[in-house]
Design a protein. Structure first.
Length: 389
């Protein structure tokens, strides 16, 4: 098979890139190692910046987003019994939308066939070759048959564990990482949210987050040591912990229900600065990971895709390669700012094992300053709603 752009990964980044290219008549194919059901079974982020929703509306893939998405004009930071509301819309004129990453992926999947976007699922033994040559190739095995795709470019949108980043030689690699000494224990349940907007809480027992996927589905997290296992947390224990933390500061109190999903996610900040190598371009989690604090992961992938699609469209439509050459620098400028914001909120709202009374007083002082400073609230709002492209 010969194509213009071979896209590795059928998560939201890869599918969004494919749709943007097909909308401009650019030939591309998406190749994914997993099945559709596996991809849709991954429970991920649920807060979309305007950058992300604008891309979906540009494609006309926004019917369910508009019907089911929840518009949020603010969020809350809590310290003990104190809850500080950050009015994002008042400070920026914009808002965020609560709509699950799984639903974004489902919408992109459902629209693929009717728009001529080819997606190959369950592509085993997926590998990239000659990415620094004139005609890179992708090989995979499907139904026992080996296939080869020759492409002009390869877009690696295959996440942190995918093969794209790993095919870049060590001599060309620039990467940075901060691994955090705790994880997030999360529960998803079909119960109404305890509050009408998200609450990030920092108490004596650590971080907790109250969020939602809809008016009837809630997502909660608490900070746990990296040594904790799910077996240590029966549902009743987790609900007791959440009620103790959120009943005093939420509008509705915690409603309990059977878990649809429970998991423990480790936290890290990671940037792989080599986002372009030859004819291979990385986007999304293949190039960076942010802590979920601040909900930047999916939104950062969407901004990568916006930059990369602009660059590829300029190449094919006008023969201009300046944006391709500048893609890495352009993307990294926004990535590091998003990394900074996620790192800032993580430091502010979590209890680190090495911290003592002084660091806890610093967190309390910072939250007090945020509560009293319109300028500080404006800066947080600007970052939370998403920096401009």
């Amino acid at each position: 098979m010969k194509t213009g752009v071979a896209i590795i990964g059928a998560g939201p980044a890869g599918l969004l890139l494919g749709h943007l290219l097909r909308a401009e008549g650019i030939d591309c194919v998406v190749v994914e190692r997993q099945s559709p059901d596996y991809i849709l079974g991954r429970i991920r982020a649920g807060v979309l910046e305007r950058t992300t929703t604008d891309l979906l509306r540009r494609l006309g893939i926004d019917a369910r987003l508009d019907a089911e998405g929840i518009i949020e004009s603010g969020f809350n930071l809590a310290d003990g019994d104190r809850r500080i509301r950050i009015d994002v819309t008042a400070h920026t004129g914009r808002h965020v939308t609560v709509y699950g990453q799984t639903e974004v992926t489902r919408d992109l999947m459902d629209a693929a066939g009717g728009r001529g976007l080819r997606v190959v699922y369950e592509a085993a033994d997926l590998s990239l070759h000659d990415v620094d040559g004139a005609e890179p190739t992708v090989r995979y095995v499907k139904d026992g048959v080996t296939h080869t795709i020759a492409a002009d470019f390869i877009a690696g949108c295959d996440g942190f564990h995918g093969p794209s980043r790993k095919c870049i030689p060590a001599s060309a690699v620039a990467e940075f990482e901060r691994v955090y000494p705790f994880g997030w224990l999360g529960i998803l349940a079909d119960v109404p949210p305890c509050h009408d907007e998200l609450i990030y809480a920092n108490g004596d027992r650590g971080f907790a987050l109250a969020s939602m996927r809809s008016h009837t589905r809630s997502r909660y997290y608490i900070q746990v040591p990296v040594t904790e296992e799910l077996a240590d947390w029966p549902e009743a224990r987790l609900w007791d912990e959440l009620a103790a933390r959120f009943d005093p500061i939420s509008a509705h109190g915690v409603t309990r229900g059977p878990a649809l999903e429970m998991s423990i996610a480790p936290l890290r900040s990671y940037v792989f600065e080599t986002m372009r190598y030859g004819r291979l371009f990385l986007a999304g989690d293949s190039a960076h990971i942010v802590p979920p604090t601040g909900a930047k992961g999916l939104n950062l992938a969407a901004s990568d895709v916006a930059y990369l699609s602009d660059a590829l469209i300029a190449h094919y439509a006008r023969g201009e390669d300046a944006l391709l050459k500048g893609y890495q620098a352009r993307a990294l400028a926004r990535i590091w700012k998003a990394e900074r914001f996620s790192w800032y909120l993580t430091k502010l709202m979590h209890r680190f094992p090495e911290d003592g009374a002084f660091e806890h007083r610093m967190q309390a002082a910072e939250l007090d300053y945020i509560e009293r400073s319109e300028a500080m609230q404006a800066a947080i709002s600007e970052n939370y709603v998403g920096l401009p492209l």
